[in-house]
Design a protein around this ligand. Sequence first.
Ligand code: GUN
Length: 283
Amino acid sequence: MAARVIDGTAVAAALRAQIAEQTAALPFTPGLAVVLVGDNPASAVYVRNKDRAAQGAGIAAQTIRLPASVFAKDLMGVIERLNADPEVDGILVQLPLPDAIPPRPVLEAIDPAKDVDGFHPLNAGRLQDGIDVLAPCTPSGVMRLLAAAGTPLRGARALVLGRSTIVGRPMAALLLAADATVTIAHSRTVDVAQECRQADVLVAAVGRTEMVRGDWVKPGATVIDVGINRLPDGRLVGDVAYAECAAVAGAITPVPGGVGPMTIACLLDNTVKAALRRRGGRG
Ligand code: GUN
């Protein structure tokens, strides 16, 4: 039987509408500042989409554009100014940064209370401890898609393919917090296919075109594809061989239209949460 398709575009639209309703009822306007360094074209598109989505959800968004040649200390100065600005509830520094600027000190300079990406080590550590924090947006989006698909997590075997700071590790922490039995597979895992075959929930986040094949998927499993890879002909495909896996899975996300739209919606959600927490309400 063909898998159910999990429609990330629809789930994200519903979440954005819910956030817009929430912000309309607030006595203040949550503020989001996005810092874009350099002229990476993909980053420019992401940032424009974030800006547009924020405005549409009743969030005051500003984008601060800095040249690739900016000195790290000047970038730090911008972050300090945003940390001190009472109208700014969320700060996001778009990655990747130019090679000359190491990202760690920059991410660590962001006030953890305004860290809507959830990349500050304090928030990353709290997340690993199972504490309710501003969690990274892509894994949060995956959790919402699993909820929308009705996939049970308690006691389920979850396999996270990829161990990145942005997706794999926080993804594993969120699944663990939901009582799944979690395995992280990575480039040194001995038999990735065999690990995948055990999984009731398979989250692929490795950035390798169509790596997950149909015979890696347990029949009926929920397959979430975080990958976005551009083929030479311009088409976007995920880390999952979609047609093969959809023939075996119980539910699956497409690329595009799966996880992608959720990331921005969860960023808006984190911004409102940060605003409520900072301004004395509930988050
Ligand atoms: N670049 C790609 N994904 C992300 C993300 O989630 N946050 C930031 N800041 N940069 C990114």
